[in-house]
Design a protein around this ligand. Structure first.
Ligand SMILES: [Zn+2]
Ligand SMILES: [Zn+2]
Ligand SMILES: [Zn+2]
Length: 254
């Protein structure tokens, strides 16, 4: 299985429009972060987790020709805004895109994409098959088993996902003990770490390091990063053993 980080930035992306800070003007490619998404490839399945505003460019940049499904973590705009561009896959594959989301996330999709989910459709709109998932029901895509993990993003329930020895959690600031148990024994864990200053719905870097220690994965990678976190190379070098900042294009192979 191969995991590619398609985007590792917070909702505004990095650089942040109009900002002249050291991170936003850095010439290090690792300081450029599109909105959060990953691509998971196995011999059976090619899926992405989330399709935010950078979805089209991420598919082009990573040259993703085959895409079996999109799995959504939650309905915030920075995770769903790119769904319209599944039209390319509809055209090439001549079939609807398979989309996995909770009831709550589906409500956001129906609201944001009312033209897709209406009786009065017209030619050229995205073709989508919705599959309902829930926190306590593992599901499979082309034989790839995925275990949802319920996390809290302030008051919103967000799904993380465990796939084999890999767990991906974005947009969280609380993980209950029974959900933490689902992560135990993972080789690689991805967690959000927004910045140093406290935030109402995201872990700070210090909080994320604490959660990573508790989870005990061999390696932890931080994502959903704001320009306020600092320069990639500086922050990454200061992290504890086995902890890393993710960056766009980073690949993990299992
Ligand atoms: Zn987000
Ligand atoms: Zn900046
Ligand atoms: Zn969010």
């Amino acid at each position: 299985m191969k995991v590619t980080f398609l985007g590792t930035g917070t909702s505004q992306g990095v650089p942040f429009i109009g900002c002249t800070c050291a991170v936003c003007t850095s010439t290090n490619k690792k300081d450029n972060r599109l909105r959060c998404a990953i691509w998971v490839e196995t011999p059976e399945a090619s899926i992405v987790i989330d399709a935010g505003p950078d979805f089209r460019y991420q598919m082009l940049r990573a040259k993703i020709k085959k895409l079996d499904a999109i799995v959504f973590t939650h309905g915030h705009k920075d995770h769903i805004a790119g769904l319209d561009d599944v039209r390319a896959y509809n055209y090439h594959d001549q079939r609807p895109m398979q989309v996995y989301a909770t009831e709550e996330t589906q409500q956001a999709l129906r609201r944001e994409y009312s033209y897709i989910f209406t009786n009065k459709t017209y030619p050229g709109i995205p073709q989508i098959d919705l599959h309902t998932i829930g926190a306590n029901e593992p599901f499979s895509i082309n034989g790839l088993k995925i275990t949802p993990i319920k996390v809290l993003h302030y008051q919103l329930e967000v799904l993380g996902f465990r796939i084999g020895d890999f767990t991906y959690i974005t947009d969280a600031n609380y993980i209950a003990p029974e959900e933490m148990a689902k992560i135990k024994g993972c080789k690689a864990l991805v967690l959000n770490a927004l910045r140093h200053e406290p935030h109402i719905s995201h872990y700070t870097l210090a909080e994320a390091i604490e959660v990573a220690r508790e989870a005990g994965a061999e390696d932890t990678y931080f994502t959903h990063i704001s320009h306020q976190l600092g320069l990639h190379d500086v922050v990454d070098a200061g992290l504890p053993e086995g902890m890393h900042l993710a960056y766009d294009g980073m690949e993990l192979v299992f």
